[in-house]
Design a protein around this ligand. Structure first.
Ligand code: G3P
Ligand code: CA
Length: 298
């Protein structure tokens, strides 16, 4: 049966096999609690602290793949201030060209709002971060080139583009860039839009994929995931329990849970056997000392 062949194919096992020796700490949107999310300041800070970085991508008006979370530019850039001068009436990223997006500062909002309270706790960190400003919105091409140099595996989350005219292009463009960077074996593509994953499977079967899910689980979960051809399931923490983890791990699926900022909860999930956890506070050292303990428990 086709689905069984897909589920057992080497690409499905290879990507996460490299992390088998130790629990996987995945830096959510880079090092988001301490640096502006999805910027190079955050990605660079991850080196030596975690073994995989998660980031978000969406297409801008000219079809360039930008690394950015929200559809609207307002929360994490100074677009509202810059729009008038650039002749922009919309604050949605897909209405801006890449050259216009390059004029924006995607870092100062973080220093101004201190969303996790981390800068208030460390004046030295705040002062250092200020020297890194402004931070630009990176392109996926730039981040892939950087990750290739540093041998850093990436989880690229393809954001929903359904409400835009760019919907049909996004998967092709992302897979094209991953291949061009020689990063097919170092990337897992994920999305809440499972149709995108089907397209990935069809167009670029050598690139690993993961199904993102929140609020509830799809019916007949394991056969469903196999039908998508994914090697991993990325559930929201609140819908994750031990039975789910056991079932999926027994079926050979990797399970990576988002977003887990409580260290006690991280430890419980890893004890249950999840492959990894996404966190805004990535620090692989935290789990290195659990390695022996988890192996004993397992
Ligand atoms: O990939 C896990 C997580 O990033 C999904 O949610 O909203 O943080 O992109 P979000
Ligand atoms: Ca994400």
């Amino acid at each position: 049966m086709t689905t069984a062949i897909i589920a057992d194919s080497p690409r499905n096992n290879r990507f996460f096999a490299r992390f088998a020796s130790q629990p996987l700490i995945i830096a959510h949107r880079g090092y988001r609690a301490w640096y502006p999310e999805n910027t190079f300041s955050a990605f660079t800070a991850c080196l030596g602290r975690c073994r995989m970085i998660e980031l978000d991508v969406r297409l801008c008006r000219d079809g360039t793949v930008m690394v950015f979370h929200d559809r609207s530019l307002t929360r994490t850039s100074n677009a509202a201030m810059m729009a008038r001068g650039l002749g922009k009436t919309s604050l949605d990223l897909d209405k801006w060209r890449s050259d216009q997006l390059r004029c924006l500062d995607a870092g100062s909002w973080f220093v101004e709002t201190d969303p996790f309270g981390t800068l208030g706790r460390s004046k030295a960190h705040r002062d250092r971060l200020v020297t890194l400003l402004p931070q630009r919105i990176p392109t996926l091409q730039e981040v892939l080139a950087w990750a290739a140099v540093h041998c850093m595996p990436l989880n690229i989350e393809i954001k929903e583009m359904g409400a835009t005219r760019l919907n049909s292009q996004v998967v092709d463009e992302v897979t094209r860039l991953v291949r061009a960077a020689g990063m097919s074996g170092m990337v897992v593509l994920s999305s809440f839009n499972h149709d995108y994953l089907r397209v990935c499977q069809h167009h670029a079967p050598e690139i690993a994929t993961a199904a993102l899910q929140q609020h509830f689980h799809p019916r007949d979960l394991v056969p469903y995931l196999r039908s998508l051809g994914v090697c991993a399931y990325h559930p929201e923490d609140i819908i994750t329990d031990q039975a789910l983890v056991y079932t999926l791990r027994a079926a050979g699926m990797a399970v990576n849970v988002f977003t887990v900022n409580d260290p006690v909860r991280r430890r419980r999930l890893l004890n249950w056997g999840v492959t990894g956890v996404f966190t805004d506070f990535p620090d692989q050292k935290e789990v290195s000392c659990w390695g022996a303990e988890l192996q004993e428990a397992g």
